[in-house]
Design a protein around this ligand. Structure first.
Ligand code: NAP
Length: 280
């Protein structure tokens, strides 16, 4: 496994396992399979309703807690200092752990400054080893990073070959904040798994389009957390450290960037309304 070092010195695996859209019923089995495959970093969220499944799998697997890197995220309905504080305690209970390795604000809506203060407090008291953000576009990221005390260690944003976040990354670098990709496969949109550039490069390395997509992000210093409920794909997605892409191959993949989301624009009012009313 390769690691990145966050701005507070904490080491984070460059590859983890994400559990968005993994049902509460299936989550323990999936995370157990991922752990057996070798994954030690698990990305969940309050809004995925599967923190308990993650907690059970980690508690029962026999691997010491200290070898894991557990991330969860505070949802909009828990925004604000008091609610966020209560929700952190709830997440810890569901995940069966005394501390989180990474705690993120899931969406930049509601009283997220209050949320961040509760997270800073959790960080200071040892309940979270690192804190950060998700879905903060450069304008909101710079504002929060400027006014907070503990600088965000991570910003988890949609990042894949079709949305490479080139402009946003310049701002993250300025504050020494690590970019983490959500949907590293664009969830299969735009036929990513049969994209001719990715399959062509894959053919030369004996790798699949999925592996090329992940390798591209890893070589671009982006942390990745691919999701699969299928054990063989978990293994496929984990086997990305035994080859590297040439400069020319990296340039070829860079040209796939559209600079736009394939899912959602967090600055579009209708999308914001949709997010605000989700899970209520
Ligand atoms: P993703 O990882 O880009 O793609 C997952 C999809 O690809 C699933 O349909 C999966 O199907 C399929 N897949 C996985 N490996 C494959 C392979 N090797 N070959 C072919 N198909 C494959 O999408 P994601 O789940 O949206 O993103 C990953 C993680 O990022 C999430 O689980 C979550 O932890 C995080 N995330 C965060 C946010 C946020 O707002 N912060 C938003 C979205 C996601 P099967 O399961 O059937 O294999």
């Amino acid at each position: 496994m390769e690691y990145v070092t966050l701005n507070n010195g904490v080491k984070m695996p460059a590859l983890g396992y994400g559990v968005y859209l993994v049902s509460p019923e299936e989550c323990e089995r999936c995370v157990s399979d991922a752990i057996e495959t070798g994954y030690r970093s698990i990305d969940t969220a309050q809004a995925y309703f599967n923190e308990e499944g993650v907690g059970r799998a980690v508690a029962r697997c026999g691997v010491p807690r200290g070898e894991f890197f557990l991330t969860t995220k505070i949802w909009i309905s828990n925004a604000g200092y008091d609610k966020a504080r209560t929700s952190i305690a709830e997440s810890l209970r569901k995940l069966r752990t005394d501390y989180l390795d990474l705690l993120l604000i899931h969406q930049p809506f509601g009283d997220y400054y209050g949320t961040y203060r509760a997270m800073e407090e959790a960080y200071m008291s040892g309940l979270a080893r690192a804190i950060g953000l998700s879905n903060f576009y450069p304008d909101r990221f710079v504002d929060l990073a400027h006014f907070c005390e503990i600088k965000p260690a991570v910003n988890q944003v949609e990042t894949h070959v079709f949305q490479q976040q080139k402009a946003a990354r310049a701002y993250l670098r300025k504050y020494n904040t690590q970019i983490e990709s959500w949907s590293p496969f664009a969830r299969g949109e735009n036929n990513l798994f049969s994209n001719p550039v990715l399959t062509g490069i894959g053919g030369r390395h004996g790798k699949t389009a999925a592996q090329i997509a992940l390798r591209f992000l890893l070589q671009s210093k982006v942390v990745v957390i691919p999701k699969s409920t299928r054990r063989e794909r978990m293994a496929e997605n984990f086997a990305v450290f035994d080859f590297s892409l040439s400069e020319a191959e990296m340039r070829e993949i860079e040209a796939l960037d559209s600079g736009k989301s394939v899912f959602i624009n967090h600055q579009d009012p209708e999308s914001v309304e949709w997010l605000l009313t989700r899970f209520q």
